[in-house]
Ligand binder design. Sequence first.
Ligand code: NIG
Ligand code: FE
Length: 414
Amino acid sequence: MATTLFFNIATLGGVDRKGRLRLQGSEMAQFETLDNAYLLVKDGRIADFGPMEQMPKFDDNVTKVDADGGTVMPSFCDSHTHIVNAGSREGEFVDKINGLSYAEIAKRGGGILNSADKLHEMSEDDLYEQSMKRVREVMFKGTGCVEIKSGYGLNTEDELKMLRVIKRIKETSPLKVVANFLGAHAVGRAYAGRQAEYVDLVINEMIPAVAAEGLADFVDVFCDEGFFTPEETGRILQAGAKHGMRGKIHGQELAPSGGVEVALKHNALSVDHLESMTDEDIAMMIGTETSPTALPGTSFFLNIPFAPVRKMISAGLGPAIASDYNPGSTPSGDMKFVVSLACIKMRLLPEEALNAATINGAYAMGLSADYGSIAIGKVANFYITHPIPSIAFIPYAYTTPVIREVYLNGERQN
Ligand code: NIG
Ligand code: FE
């Protein structure tokens, strides 16, 4: 039995003794901490923690790690990413500076289709190597659980290629990974002008093929103005459900276009983006299982409004925040920066933003029984910081690296 003791922890953050699966409303301001603490890990899981003065004596078989006055924080749980993709799109970045909108770029055949063309040309091995670099990048930025979507294939073969790469990442990376099938991200080039037929392809060919290989945990649709309608989204969610894939969808980024309603109707686990969320949408979400997930990095990068997360919390909801790491609308998977943006642009308290990026992110992936906080029995995914004056320093010092060591499954990553 591998046992590791971490001691001299200045602050142990994200402590949860109640085993809550997500935090909602006023609970979100409670990011419990324990000062001057120890933490015990056995076989990759958290076995015990407490104040230093109550630390039991351990024999030499126990590996000892001196946290040396650093803070220990639960790893970020990034519930919305497109980390598997082929290459960058900085040309569109310049187009946007020159005045084109995200929707205009997409209409011209750029955007998502541009990434699909690149992905089509790339071998599965190269796609894996390139994507693993990003996975390692976010791992050292503190992410311990990540959702990864397909959606740059847009034909059956290339969607399967993406999902096989995600499966390989699941098997080879120490991060906890969940896979989301996003065949309905845009209409594939071969189906230009034939959206209804493309939706049929997603339902009748892609979903059964994905399910046959057991490649996806969830199903996603870009339900928005200029992309897929709520009616199409509903049919895709139903088809996914038949194969055991719950919905986690893109909704109401570009316009209030029915994404929330359809997500709730099909009991999706999350509805993400919500930059155009209305007060009625917020009211509709109260008391549901569906996680509202905001993507502050997207608003920052596209220069569009931020999702009304402050209002969601006041209404008693439990939003998650995620990176949306992708080559078009958010070329960054830096969850520390996402937390800063949530504080600065959405007026979240550091505690609220950290909960949104950890336990509530884990909830939005169906993982919060095992990840997202420092709780006995949970997987030992955390990072140790350099000495910092307080938890609020993390989002405050918005470009200062604070992480000294990363532990996943109780093991130090290097
Ligand atoms: O979540 N909004 C839709 N999809 C992605 C962007 C994809 C892209 O531009 O490549 C997003 O922002
Ligand atoms: Fe996205």
